[in-house]
Write a protein that binds this ligand. Structure first.
Ligand SMILES: [Zn+2]
Ligand SMILES: [Zn+2]
Length: 319
């Protein structure tokens, strides 16, 4: 049996606290330690000490994906405890000091028709957290399919991309527990975050195709309880997966229908659906729209034409 404990760690984001998890079997393992900020560090240390554990006792750190609210403290914990950090190989380049979050996304903004002032609005809304950096000697790359052993159980590493390309979940086949990171959350639908595809960084990763395939995989698994990266524990995993599939199916149909009335670029669609959002939310809006447009295009439900470097989408007359 795995002895899993949740530690709530504050974040500066609207999503609220992140759930770190301690697995109190040997080797002592910490999943998603939280963001790099003083209040998070205090909460993590208090949470661990309430469980009778000091940071230096941690023997292994698992990071579900490289978003700063999950992975920010990984380097600090690894350094304090001389522990290794297990992370999917597709997340590793994002943890390098020279990685710039927007650099590889600029061409997608241009292709989407995002005006200059909107880009400035995104860039001016600086992340309150520092970009997570993880020195290479701490990193243990995983690709999915690995079995992480404990005294009294094991966790399987599942590669379930879509929220990020290298998102992993951890599954205990005996207790039928899933540690889901941001793959599935009870109250919000995770954003299929726009990122460059590996190894051809000039393309977007097919985030929604990956996400829907990941959700379908999960529906075939026997999951008794799902410990997500934010919010409450999920008991009816199949119902939540079905809800998520429905949500995206509806969103796909809505976008397809809007394009029947009028051809548009990604930015125009984003503003039609989200007229009021500002700052980083504009980036998330573009992400959401591009993920759905790319999926509709891949499945021949819409067509795309390039005009002056901007992709314009039309309904497919044959669809
Ligand atoms: Zn995330
Ligand atoms: Zn998150």
């Amino acid at each position: 049996m795995l002895d899993i404990h949740k530690i709530m760690v504050p974040t500066p984001y609207s999503v609220g606290p992140v759930n770190a998890y301690l697995i109190k079997n040997q080797p002592l393992t910490l999943i998603d330690p939280g963001p790099e900020m003083p209040a998070a560090l205090d909460s993590l240390q208090q949470g661990l000490s309430a469980l009778g554990v000091a940071v230096k006792d941690i023997e292994r750190v698992l990071v579900t994906h490289n978003h700063s609210d999950h992975s920010g403290l990984a380097a600090w914990v690894a350094d304090q405890a001389q522990a290794r950090v297990f992370v999917h190989e597709l997340e590793i380049r994002k943890l390098a000091p020279e990685y710039s979050y927007y650099q590889e996304r600029y061409p997608f903004f241009a292709e989407g028709g995002l005006p200059e002032w909107e880009l400035k609005d995104i860039l001016d809304d600086a992340d309150p957290l520092l970009k997570p950096v993880l020195p290479e000697p701490f990193i243990e790359a995983v690709t999915g399919g690995e079995e992480l052993h404990f005294d009294g159980g094991s966790l399987q590493v599942l590669h379930l991309p879509g929220h990020t390309s290298g998102h992993i979940c951890l599954y205990n086949p005996v207790g039928k527990e899933l540690l889901a990171g941001d793959f599935m959350l009870k109250h919000i639908t995770p954003n299929p975050v726009m990122e460059a595809d590996y190894p051809d960084f000039s393309r977007r990763s097919p985030a929604l195709r990956q996400y829907l395939a990941s959700i379908k995989k999960i529906t075939e698994m026997d999951i008794r309880i799902n410990f997500p990266g934010h919010g409450e524990t999920i008991e009816d995993n199949k119902a939540l997966a079905a809800k998520s599939l429905q949500h995206h199916a509806r969103r796909l149909t809505k976008i397809q229908n809007l394009l029947e009335e009028k051809s548009m670029n990604a930015y125009q669609l984003m503003r039609l659906l989200y007229p009021k959002i500002r700052g980083f939310q504009i980036f998330l809006g573009m992400s959401e729209i591009f993920a759905h447009l790319d999926y509709l295009h891949e499945t021949n439900r819409i067509t795309r034409e390039e005009r002056n470097g901007v992709s314009i989408y039309h309904k497919n007359p044959c669809a």
